[in-house]
Design a protein around this ligand. Structure first.
Ligand code: TMP
Ligand code: ASP
Length: 238
């Protein structure tokens, strides 16, 4: 298989179909733009399954995603897209860089979701940008941005509701979108949805069940990821 792209947590391979790629979930974990690095046994398997479940759920609710089918423990077949180099962060509760930037108290529920955009650039350290920067840099058109924003909001509503049912608070999360190849006209949800890219707190105890356990050296990282997978799988197969 020919490697097309390698990121911090995933690899993408070409397949025998021009419109499909093989996505591999690695056990690697990084934080702070790759400054902190380790491996967690089973992380790839857990994150693949969670991404599969979430993208499936979203597809069922009418969100177009890159998911095609499950392959094995650590691989999915996905539709080939041209990734829009903008990370879309949706926040429901104050945490992380929002708390840092504003001085707001961590854990406070926002009166309505906050949408933020970050320019995907390792050299620049993924700076936050506005819709005007995105236009000026020609990263996406106004039309595309409107679609991205609309889909991100729908994803937030659907995922917030789903997590609530399994006793988890969806604090914030990051999404990536792409232009479906080869036409590059349709915008679809791409990438992953996992505890690497979401903040997830237990509704009852407040226990952190996401990558912050690794970022902040809190321990029990994979125990928490498995806990999330167990609850998600339970709800999906119920
Ligand atoms: P932040 O509070 O550090 O800006 O993170 C907001 C959300 O985005 C959080 O759920 C983690 C996720 N995220 C990523 O998926 N990738 C990243 O590179 C960063 C910085 C955050
Ligand atoms: N994903 C980023 C990194 O690998 C940052 C993070 O998630 O904290 O460095």
């Amino acid at each position: 298989m020919q490697l097309l792209y390698e990121g911090k947590a995933k690899r993408l391979y070409l397949t025998d179909r021009p419109d499909e790629l093989l996505m591999e979930f690695k056990d690697d974990a990084t934080a702070f733009n790759g400054l902190k690095k380790t491996q967690f046994k089973d992380k790839g398997r857990i994150n693949k399954r969670l991404t599969y479940y979430f993208l499936n759920l979203l597809e069922q609710d009418g969100i177009p995603t890159h998911l095609v089918r499950d392959v094995d423990d650590t691989h999915l077949i996905v539709r080939r897209v041209e990734i829009i180099p903008v990370e879309v962060v949706v926040r429901n509760t104050v945490a992380g860089s929002l708390a840092k930037r504003t001085g707001w108290e961590e854990g406070r529920l926002l009166s309505s979701p906050i949408f933020e955009y970050y320019y995907k650039s390792d050299e620049l350290g993924d700076p936050m940008i506005t819709q005007e920067h995105i236009r000026e840099m020609r990263l996406a058109t106004v039309r595309e941005l409107n679609t991205v924003r609309f889909l991100a909001s729908q994803v937030n509503d659907l995922l917030t509701g789903f997590f609530k049912k399994i006793g988890i608070r969806l604090v914030d999360f990051k999404l990536e979108f792409g232009r479906l190849c080869p036409q590059k006209k349709d915008i679809i949800l791409a990438d992953e949805i996992t505890p690497d890219t979401c903040r997830l707190w237990d509704t009852e105890t407040g226990k952190i069940l996401d990558k912050d356990r690794f970022r902040r050296d809190m321990g029990d990282v994979m125990g928490s990821y498995s806990e999330v997978l167990g609850r998600v799988a339970g709800a999906v197969h119920a």
